[in-house]
Design a protein around this ligand. Structure first.
Ligand code: SAM
Length: 275
């Protein structure tokens, strides 16, 4: 059987007696036009290996396979095994792993070669999964990820925007990050309470070292923990005014106004102080 000969997604769900479970953050994309758009945003093709988290009924999986890419899909919900095994048999390029993506060893899955992550992420674990991919040790070739709109805003926001915070600094210090597609709640079955958006992240060549990233997380946690306070006070436990000055920042500035480069400067100053 080829991919074209597979039954439609709604029919496949019905045949296998499957429905969305809230506990697994399941909101399905059953419109192949939408999943094909996401696959296009992922910019993958025959030469590429894609790791997909949460294939569920396999709509995005089918679109990714249509590009010619090889796909490894990690799904926590065992109920989808028979349905996904049909997709695997039809394509010959889909490998299935049943388990928790938070515990997955992507480096072993990728086998030393580059791999792209593409996912309509489950809402309950989307942010921890992103932080795992941003901080390593494994580095994805690219990330094309559907999030709740509010999380997408936090990833891409810059200084002086309400959504600017720790997640945006970490994402933008490690990657070029852009919101590339908006998806209204009605695009999903069942529709979630909020709209969603796809974010595309491409790791920077000058990605900070693991030590620098750990330091970056320490300084952003302190600075944004009290985002309306001046740096000299929010960073008190890390060196306060002296740390800000060493990073070339105004100690009276507030975290929400400091650009990503400023936080990298703070991380360097903190490391240089031997903390
Ligand atoms: N990709 C499908 C689509 O677009 O229609 C389903 C997306 S749904 C938002 C999220 C999927 O992730 C579900 O299939 C859910 O079972 C799965 N999932 C939830 N938590 C997971 C985890 N920790 N590891 C792997 N898969 C998970």
């Amino acid at each position: 059987m080829s991919l074209d000969a597979l039954p439609g997604l709604r029919e496949a769900l019905e045949t296998h007696g499957l429905w969305a479970k809230k506990a697994f953050g399941q909101h399905f994309l059953l419109d192949l036009n939408v999943t094909r758009k996401i696959a296009r945003m992922a910019q993958v093709g025959e030469a590429d290996h894609v790791i997909e988290v949460g294939p569920g009924p396999g709509g995005l999986t089918r679109a990714l396979l249509e590009t010619g890419a090889r796909v490894t899909a990690i799904e926590k919900d065992e109920r989808f095994r028979p349905l996904l095994e049909e997709v695997a048999a039809a394509s010959g390029r889909l490998e299935l792993i049943f388990g928790d993506a938070l515990k997955a060893d992507e480096a072993a899955i990728a086998g030393g070669a580059p791999a792209h992550v593409v996912s309509n992420l489950p809402y309950n674990v989307g942010t921890p999964l992103l932080v795992k991919w941003l901080t390593g040790p494994w580095t994805p070739a690219s990330l094309t990820l559907m999030f709740q709109r509010e999380v997408a805003d936090r990833i891409t926001a810059g200084p002086n925007e309400d959504a600017y915070g720790r997640l945006g600094v970490l994402a933008q210090a490690t990657c070029e990050a852009h919101r590339v597609l908006d998806a209204p709640a009605r695009a999903f079955t069942p529709p979630p309470k909020v709209d969603s958006a796809v974010v595309r992240l491409e790791p920077r060549a000058d990605r900070p070292s693991p030590d620098r990233l750990t330091a970056l997380q320490t300084v952003t946690a302190a600075a944004f923990g009290q985002r309306r306070k001046m740096l000299r006070s929010s960073l008190k436990s890390l060196g306060g005014e002296a740390l800000a000055v060493a990073a070339g920042l105004d100690p009276q500035a507030r975290a929400e106004t400091v650009p990503v480069a400023g936080f990298l400067g703070l991380a360097d100053a903190w490391l240089a102080a031997g903390r």
